[in-house]
Design a protein around this ligand. Sequence first.
Ligand code: ATP
Ligand code: MG
Length: 773
Amino acid sequence: MTTTIDFLSHLNPSQRQAVEHYCGPLLVVAGAGSGKTRALTYRIANLILKHRVDPENILAVTFTNKAAREMKERIQKLFAEQLAMKEYGQRLDLLTEYQQMQLRSQVYKTTIKNLWCGTFHSLFSRILRFDIEKYADEKGRKWNRNFSIFDESDVQTVIKDIVNKQLNLDDKKFDARSVRYAISNAKNQGFSPQDLEREQPNYRGRVISQVYSCYQDRLAENNALDFDDLILIPTRLFQQNEQVLGYWHRKFCHILVDEYQDTNRTQYDLIRLLVTNGEDRKSEWEWRNRSVFVVGDADQSIYSFRMADFTILLEFQNDFGDGLPDEDTRSMVKLEENYRSCENILQAANELIENNTQRIDKVLKPTRGAGEQIYCHKADNELEEADFVINQIQTLKHQNPELDWGSFAILYRTNAQSRPFEELLVRNQIPYTVVGGMKFYDRKEIKDVIAYLRAIANPSDTVSLLRVINTPRRGIGRTTIDALVNASQQLGTTLWEILSDETSVNTLAGRATKGVNNFAAMINRWQEQIATIPVTEMLQGILEDSGYVQDLMNQGTDEATDRVQNVQELYNAALQFQEENEDVTLQAFLQSTALSSDLDNLKEGQTAVSLMTLHSSKGLEFPVVFLVGLEQGLFPGYRSLSDPASLEEERRLCYVGITRAQERLYLSFARERRLYGSREPAMRSQFLDELPEELLAQQRKSYQTYTKSASATRGQQQTKQNWHVGDRVLHKTFGIGEITHVFGEGNKVSVAIKFSSLGQKIVDPRVAQLQKV
Ligand code: ATP
Ligand code: MG
């Protein structure tokens, strides 16, 4: 079939071998950017086109929902291209838009829709929607197919309630966080409450298993599952019920897993059950029309904190290769060419990862030219770091018209680091998205804390009051809130008028009276101080008074820690605001935060700069990557400094970050960083010293091009001729603008510049380090 041959020609011989592999197990191991995901995607297409496998019989597991979407789009395009040739004898892109759309929609209906492609959680919750009614746990508890999925905060609430109210335990000894962690761990190992008690027969083990058992009761009463159940219950169901397992085993003849190095034991058990139907080994005959195909890179294993275990990858051949002749050659393919990154970037990544002891050496050869040197920037602090990055983005985009905003990515270790970058992007009107997360000012905890401040600044803001009246929980339930709101509506007053009147509250709030009165008194106390204390002090006070941060700390999950860091970053934002502005009232601060979050200028079809944590960047690629915050204690993080295994994991994370870059890579660190409100000196990351020096452009070189040009002009007895009305210039902080006036001359020259985002500003070109663009 000529059409099939056509798309296989986009592959190198090893990739082709992997793609054309039809039955039995196959492991593809290779470094970053070697086309593993491409091979997996093309293999799905090949199974359908060449081997006529029904898409319904294919199960493809990806690491994120985004990756699943991209994979489906890619296959859809490949098929539409084939169809275009077949039906019109023409290339897809030469057809009219309408024809293209028709072909795509035809492919979607006949093929893509029927593919089982998604994350472990999404695929197995789909399976449970079919079969959960056939499952009962060890106490006979049952669920029906309309089950809800509880998120982390639902789970915490339930556990707290069990610990405090149902079992009356000492919540200092059994805080919700550690109990939750123990239960999740048990579930991840496939333990029931009884198993847990057997494993840990001491007092603590017994109590936790009791909480676990009550927790399972609650889930069942609510017909709900948690995230761990989405993997655990299918495993148990398959083990319990041969017919159910047999059905899904027969259905999914071809199973493919991307990023296999980040699979954990329970996920592995599931895959193994589906592939083998619970038997020990499969004969060659049984493999006739089925396969398991996994791709991965042990050097990119970055989820051990979620129990991922890359030895699973290393054991693949032993696990699935039995019963096959020639297992070594038949069950593994190595890819050795990197198609993504320029040679300098690749070499840096290779040398960095060689510092890890726990790894298998592998070859990763460049296919692209040397490319630019890697730039390493030493910034004075986190604000100057953001300034450098945004400046570079503007300059590069200006100098290289082929780059659009989507060509740039800013990668950081912790979510809270995004704030200074976001603020400058907004100020410069550069569209951006936060991948796999929320924009800073859209994050729940930031909105909550800002709602407190708004309610204090403007008590008529009922929306804000309602947002925080019971956040954190202070026993003010829905009925009470409805009664209060109703009363205010009937009387035509604001909610605050009711809240701040004790008599009304005493009448309306029932059991919640005390809670409501305390809340109103707290808001009132802070209102009285608006004019006398700085915003930072108020912010800190309200965070303590409201119990907001304490509540997060009690939860203690990774997610809650992240939220605490974000709230601390909001405090940093307030400090920065006070340093930079004349008007430092609460109202002015709130206005500045509102403006920072206001920009949603992403229009249809427009591209945007991507911001994300290193963990979210897995599998992605960008022409220009900024890897920021390379400081000891931040990246690598504190905890890893004294633990060699986790230091190696941080290094793998750095390897992932570096290998996202296609053409240019910028690394940066700050000499000083504001953490928890105070400025702390920082030390450059050891990872920087592990990179080959000759690949790094001299410190600050790229930045010096700016300063140099500015200082050159500074030295040259600046005259009016240097700056003209109409010149487009790049300002270090405000971005690109146009000169509208030039005042004075020589040392006294100053210029007025119109910035699209900020209006007109008068600056001294020597101080502002202006550059013509
Ligand atoms: P990661 O380990 O980061 O997930 P990967 O091994 O999955 O990387 P891909 O994302 O599949 O790598 O491929 C990296 C880049 O190289 C993509 O842009 C892909 O289109 C391109 N590529 C892969 N194989 C080839 C090839 N044979 N010829 C040209 N380009 C290729
Ligand atoms: Mg990949």
